[in-house]
Design a protein around this ligand. Structure first.
Ligand code: CTP
Length: 211
């Protein structure tokens, strides 16, 4: 089984030396890649800039911007059996990045940010029968409210499963999370290590009796 996993943050340039990014550590995606390799899957890990060592046995493809990630996904999505979209894809990019370095002495600066493409939604719209997509959603508030928001996101994005967690998980080794499918809760809300959660995701994707 061919598994495509995305991990970590994207960066969008402001100028030649500055960028906007997010707090994703990449740990969740790396844990999914490691769990996939451990069960014999052929794993490709698309990774943003993170301070982690890639699990042995997977193919690693780096990305920086949302556009890089989109190109890497477009080149590989057709050939995979499942995509686990754990990357924290930036929702906004700077409309007009500056080629050189902006100088503080130039005074106040206003940045216009434009929404990025919905990579997962676009891929899900053209997935082939049998191909599966796992989305992630960071939602705030009590578990019931977070799960309701994630259920709505699962439907609009057209994913098969969605892992809902909170922003506290972003740079932590553990995650308060649940996994939902269109028919309901497939893994109840609880605090787990990211490697345990990754194992659960892989079990849900693995073909055969473990599914
Ligand atoms: N995602 C994506 N492309 C984007 C933003 C997010 O593919 N431009 C993916 C993420 O990797 C994740 C899922 O979509 O698997 C949900 O991400 P989230 O940021 O919660 O979704 P958004 O559609 O950006 O919704 P929101 O406005 O709540 O941030």
């Amino acid at each position: 089984m061919k598994l495509l996993v995305t991990a970590g943050p994207t960066r969008e340039p402001i100028d030649a030396v500055r960028f906007i990014t997010n707090a994703s550590s990449g740990q969740m995606g790396y844990a999914v890649a490691a769990a996939g390799v451990a069960t014999g899957m052929e794993v490709t890990l698309l990774t943003g800039p993170v301070a982690l060592e890639a699990p042995e046995g997977c193919q690693v493809v780096p990305f920086v911007t949302v556009a890089d990630l989109k190109a890497a996904l477009d080149a590989r999505f057709d050939a995979c059996d499942a995509l686990v979209m754990s990357a924290a894809v930036g929702d906004f990019a700077v409309q007009r990045p500056v080629a050189g370095k902006l100088h503080r002495t130039a005074g106040p600066l206003t940045l216009t940010l434009v929404p990025t493409d919905d990579l997962l939604g676009t891929l899900a719209a053209c997935k082939r029968p049998g191909q599966r997509i796992v989305a992630f959603a960071v939602e705030e508030g009590p578990p019931d409210r977070a799960q309701a928001a994630a259920r709505a996101k699962l439907a609009t994005k057209g994913a098969d499963l969605i892992v809902v967690n909170t922003s506290a998980a972003m740079s932590s080794q553990a995650s308060e999370a649940a996994i939902l499918s269109p028919s309901g809760v497939v893994l109840p809300w609880a605090r787990r290590s990211k490697s345990e959660l990754a194992g659960q995701i892989i079990r849900l994707l693995a073909p055969g009796p473990a599914r």
